[in-house]
Write a protein that binds this ligand. Structure first.
Ligand code: SF4
Length: 358
């Protein structure tokens, strides 16, 4: 059986090994029994944008797509509210979240066509990539027990531009300032998407990463929610393994007070280095002599769901009782048919979207 390391695993491993050890599906796989009680608007907007950019509907009139986008937002918010058991989510809070999300998406739909110089190819598409072993050319990494190691994640949006160049797009809901350009250039997750995708979809090179930043208060900062306008058509519908060649600035950004789109080209050397870094980290995480220790850091610990057992362990006590009382093992991930790669339906003109349950 393969050893799958998800992007969130990788982040947790580097952030705090104790948190990773308690939470990772490859380790103790524990989650708090009590949920956060919060609805994640970023997730809901993300889910709505997956419909906005759904390839099969890209050429549809936007006035037809807009209600479907709203439905996706509502479906996500209600699903989340149900998952947190209604704790802390009253009807008024739920309605306010929905109103805020709808206004934000309407404002986005009025702006996005001015910068969407591409055609969506896939939305929310999963991948799994073997990791080349830097020490043995032609071999891939395995665990000490011999299991193949695969890096897994889900790309928000894969798109092709008018030069036949492929881009991975990451949606971000911004609550403070825009991300610093250096922070975007260093964004490990989207660089890993660019590195991993050609391993998964053989030979399909990624030109760069796009960051689609949306201010959470977009509907209040002057973004007009006018009627959705038609986006620019870039007539490339199929996925070809070979991308076109492009030239230009490494980083380009444009936007308004409410929205910003940043494109960063990623070179072969940068992606190769990212793959080597991933291999080193995964080797460390799966080694038999791994040492697990806490890495307290105020901003991280303040949001950590494992503070109580962490404090118990710090005092040299046994946290087993607390872990069995307040935490449970995560159920196996539910497998969505055709989820890997994210496409089971036609994407051609006029294709009907999948049946989304409300
Ligand atoms: S509370 Fe801090 S140190 Fe402890 S597990 Fe969480 S992140 Fe790590």
């Amino acid at each position: 059986m393969a050893y799958r390391i998800h992007a969130s695993d990788r982040t947790a491993f580097k952030r705090c090994r104790r948190q990773w050890d308690l939470s990772s599906r490859n380790r103790q796989n524990l989650e708090p029994i009590a949920g956060s009680g919060l609805i994640d608007l970023a997730q809901a907007v993300h889910d709505a944008l997956a419909v906005y950019y759904f390839p099969g509907m890209w050429e549809w009139d936007r006035s037809i797509v807009a209600p479907l986008v709203h439905q996706a937002l509502e479906r996500s918010v209600r699903t989340q509210a149900k998952a947190v058991g209604g704790v802390g989510v009253d009807d008024q809070a739920l309605q306010e979240t929905l109103n805020c999300g709808r206004a934000l998406l309407d404002a986005y739909a009025a702006w996005a066509p001015t910068v969407d110089h591409f055609t969506p190819i896939r939305v929310d598409t999963d991948f799994e990539a073997n990791i080349p072993d830097p020490a043995t050319p032609g071999a891939t990494l395995v665990t000490p027990a011999g299991a193949e190691i695969r890096y897994c994640d889900r790309v928000d949006l894969l798109a092709i531009d008018s030069d036949d160049a492929y881009w991975v797009v990451q949606h971000r809901l911004v609550t403070d300032d825009w991300a610093d350009h250096d922070a975007l250039q260093l964004d490990e997750r989207s660089i890993a998407w660019s590195w991993a995708w050609p391993q998964f979809y053989l030979g399909m090179q990624i030109t760069g990463t796009m960051y689609n930043e949306i201010r959470a208060d977009a509907s209040d900062v002057g973004a007009s929610a006018t009627h959705p306008v038609r986006h620019q058509q870039v007539h490339h519908r199929r996925m070809y393994a070979r991308s076109g060649t492009v030239s230009g600035e490494r980083l380009q950004a444009e936007g308004t007070d409410a929205f910003r789109r940043t494109m960063i080209r990623r070179g072969a050397a940068e992606l190769a280095a990212a793959g080597a870094d991933l291999a080193a980290e995964v080797s460390a995480a799966t080694s038999t002599d791994l040492v697990v220790y806490p890495s307290p850091e105020p901003d991280v610990c303040a949001q950590c769901s494992y503070r109580t057992p962490c404090l118990i362990l710090n005092q040299g006590d046994d946290a087993t009782g607390e872990l069995s009382k307040s935490y449970r093992h995560r159920p196996p991930e539910s497998v969505q048919e055709g989820r890997l790669g994210g496409v089971t339906w036609s994407m051609n003109r006029g294709a009907a979207p999948p049946r989304w349950p409300i």
